[in-house]
Design a protein around this ligand. Structure first.
Ligand code: ATP
Ligand code: MG
Length: 262
């Protein structure tokens, strides 16, 4: 399929450009067909938040990076959508926080694993965990084939970053005692609610911001990082995000009707 060039002045340009990346990822086997639908759900919430990173999401990004820098064994779980959208940032964040990348797929197919592995290697990854040739074990309480985790990765991790994750798996990771960080545009998803830190933002904006913060914070003393993590309240964070969405939507409607008689 030929790539669609979106005109520069199109009001939804950024969103349509991201969509093109997902479509391209699907053509390369990186994104599962169901991943196209998951992306659509994300787009709807991005619309509600005004397609911009708010101050609350920035705070969540800082707390998340602090938790990763403090961790003994942090891991970044990678699925098809995350890989299609931000492969370079995943590799940078992995290096800056010493968190290996681990492929974990809901819809496993060997060619998908290969395509994701190739994309991560092209982005500069030196090592990728979770591939079929690696030692693995299973997370109890999870029936899908995502219960398989790398023995040297998520199995031993204390902190796991699981962007665009499904609720069942997040719940299972919490049940086995992991500190879970997610990036999820839906503040009401089970993943958002189960996680310790939820960044309510599009991964295409949140991932580069996390890389920037990791560069700034990597030599901070642990007390300073600890304070950021300890003062972060995810329930409060999610409630603020919901009210920001409500405010943004009301504002959109009022702005359209401005000047009209009620
Ligand atoms: P849950 O299983 O946690 O209740 P869900 O079933 O609604 O969530 P899933 O398809 O399991 O959704 O997970 C995908 C999640 O990723 C959705 O919450 C969706 O809003 C979010 N999402 C999709 N694309 C992006 C993106 N580009 N950036 C951030 N979040 C995204
Ligand atoms: Mg789900």
């Amino acid at each position: 399929m030929t790539k669609i060039e979106v005109p520069a002045d199109h009001p939804r340009k950024a969103s349509l450009d991201i969509r093109e990346k997902i479509i391209e990822g699907h053509e390369k086997n990186i994104v599962a067909t169901a991943g196209l639908l998951a992306h659509g759900r994300g787009e709807a919430f991005d619309y509600m938040i005004g397609e911009a990173t708010n101050a609350e999401a920035m705070d969540a990004c800082r707390a998340a990076v602090a938790a990763m820098l403090l961790a003994k064994r942090p891991v970044i779980s990678v699925n098809g959508n995350a890989c299609a959208l931000v492969p370079d940032e995943l590799v940078d964040l992995s290096e800056l926080t010493n968190a290996p990348l681990e492929i974990n797929l809901f819809y496993y197919r060997p060619e998908r694993e290969d395509a994701i592995l190739q994309a991560l290697l092209i982005a500069g990854a030196k090592e990728v965990l979770g591939t079929h040739d690696r030692p693995s074990e299973t997370i109890p309480e999870l029936s899908s084939n995502r219960r398989k985790v790398d023995s040297e990765g998520i199995a031993k991790a204390d902190v796991v970053l699981v962007p665009l994750e499904d609720g069942d798996r997040t719940e299972a990771l919490k049940a086995i005692g992991k500190f879970v960080i997610t990036i999820d545009l839906n503040p009401m998803s089970r993943t958002s609610v189960y996680s310790d830190i939820t960044i309510v933002d599009n991964i295409v904006r949140a991932a580069p911001l996390m890389v920037q913060y990791a560069r700034e914070m990597k030599d901070w003393p642990s007390e300073k990082l600890n304070t950021l993590v300890a003062s972060f309240d995810n329930r409060k964070n999610l409630n603020i995000e919901v009210s920001l969405m409500r405010d943004h939507l009301s504002h959109q409607i009022d702005a359209t009707y401005k000047g009209d008689e009620p």
